[in-house]
Structure formats: C-alpha cells, structure tokens
Design a protein. Structure first.
Lengths: 115, 112
C-alpha cells in the first residue's frame, strides 16, 4: 500500500514569509508525528497527534509553528514569519494504534530553505 | 537536555567486519528502545527494537543489546555490508506512549 507522503519535497522561501507543509499518513494510522532535522542534528520532535486526543505540542520551538490534522488524516505544519534557522528537513511519520509501541513509518521529508 | 545520546557521529568499518553503534540514555523511565536507519533523501525506516525486560534481541545480521544498569544500548551488525551504509538513529520511549525521543544519529560507512 501507499506509504507516508509529504509535499512539497523542497521549498525555498524568503525570510518572513509563511510556509505550509503537508503530510498524508498511511490510511488507517491514528498517530501522526512531525519532526525536523537540521543540518548535522538529530531528529527533533515537534508535535504528535493521536486520534481525537489533544495533540502533544511540547516540541514546537516557538509560537510561529503550528500544526493541524483534519479529519484524523492529512496534517499541515505551518511556519509563520520564517527565519533562517527554520531551514531543515521536516519529516512526518504515522503509526497504527495496535499495541503499546508501534513502528513509525516516515515520509521522505520536505527540505525547507529560508533565504 | 539530550535524553538519548549517540556520542559517535560517524563510524567506518570494513565490509564483512562487525559494526557496533552505541547509544546512551539518561531517562530511567524509558522502557522501549528502537533503532532506525536512514538513507540520504529518504525518511528513517525501523530496523529493530528491544523492550526493557530483555537484554538482547536479534534479527538476522542485526542484534541490539541493552544494559539497563549502565543506561546503554548497542546495535551490532555482522557481517557488515556496503548497503548498511546509512545514518542510524537510536530512539527510546516509555509507558506505552507513542512519542519517542531520538538520538542525534551515527553515520556508518561500510568500506568494500
């Protein structure tokens, strides 16, 4: 079946502009995660959605970052007034809820470059 | 506060030899540990995991060892193959919570 897809694959924007990154999880997966990987860094957790529960936003670095998940499926990560330090690869992952610990399936990521 | 640490950013190993990737953690609440593998321009893919009730889990050429008293785990790949060249991330979770904490990764290069 189809895996996790993300769009766009690459995004170049100017400092101060807003950007929206999209994630289509695997159908039926109830959990959805956003991470980012800055150059030379590990995977930094941003936000986690699980079913209809309130999302865990503890990883969002500032109030310029927000995310929503519509209809329990597609998610959009929005970065307002982008800064150069926001340049990174933004990764989305999804998992099912069968069992306590579930493999996360990652998308290919969106490479964001803020000029 | 980096709760999952991979202190070696890179590792080079000859083909056929053993690769050992190390990971340390600080949160004693962690009870489930995972390794992910990442090729360039792709998302990470799950490789192997271990529960804290075990000290070893093996899957083909990959074995993960867990030393709870030392808060240390390691991934052994034997024999190493050029296709194993990738970045390996250690990750940890606890309490059945789906959120995992990732380490910074170790870039493995297997030299033919």
């Amino acid at each position: 079946g189809a895996g996790v897809s993300q769009s766009p694959s690459n995004k170049v924007t100017e400092k101060g502009k807003d950007v929206e990154l999209r994630c289509d999880p695997i159908s039926g997966h109830t959990a959805l995660y956003w991470y980012r990987q800055s150059l030379g860094q590990g995977l930094e957790f941003l936000i986690y959605f699980q079913g209809n529960s309130a999302p865990d936003k503890s990883g969002l670095p500032s109030d310029r970052f927000s995310a929503e998940r519509t209809g329990g499926s597609v998610s959009t990560l929005t970065i307002q007034r982008t800064q150069q330090e926001d340049s990174a690869v933004y990764l989305c992952a999804s998992s099912s809820d069968r069992g306590p610990y579930n493999e996360q399936f990652f998308g290919p990521g969106t490479r964001l470059t803020v000029l | 506060d980096q709760q999952v640490k991979q202190n070696s950013p890179s590792l080079s190993v000859q083909e056929g030899r053993i690769s050992i990737l190390n990971c340390d953690y600080t949160n004693s609440m962690f009870d489930y540990f995972l390794w992910y593998k990442k090729y360039p321009a792709e998302g990470p893919t799950f490789l192997i995991s271990i529960s804290s009730i075990k000290d070893k889990n093996e899957d083909g050429r990959f074995t993960v060892f867990l030393n709870k008293s030392a808060k240390h785990l390691s991934l052994h790949i034997v024999p190493s193959q050029p296709g194993d060249s990738a970045v390996y991330f250690c990750a940890a979770s606890w309490g059945g919570y789906q959120k995992v904490t990732f380490g910074t990764g170790t870039k493995l290069q297997v030299i033919p």
